[in-house]
Design a protein. Sequence first.
Length: 50
Amino acid sequence: VIIYNMLKNNTDYDERVFEEVRKKQEIIRVKRIINEARKLGLEVIVPKSV
């Protein structure tokens, strides 16, 4: 995703952008895992730090 956007927009690599994208992807991944676990009938307890 990052390389595609760099080439598409003709921009340089920026570590801050990479970190923002990584955090967003991690949140999406965690939500997906939680939803899948609930579909399987598991009780999910999410700590407040997440």
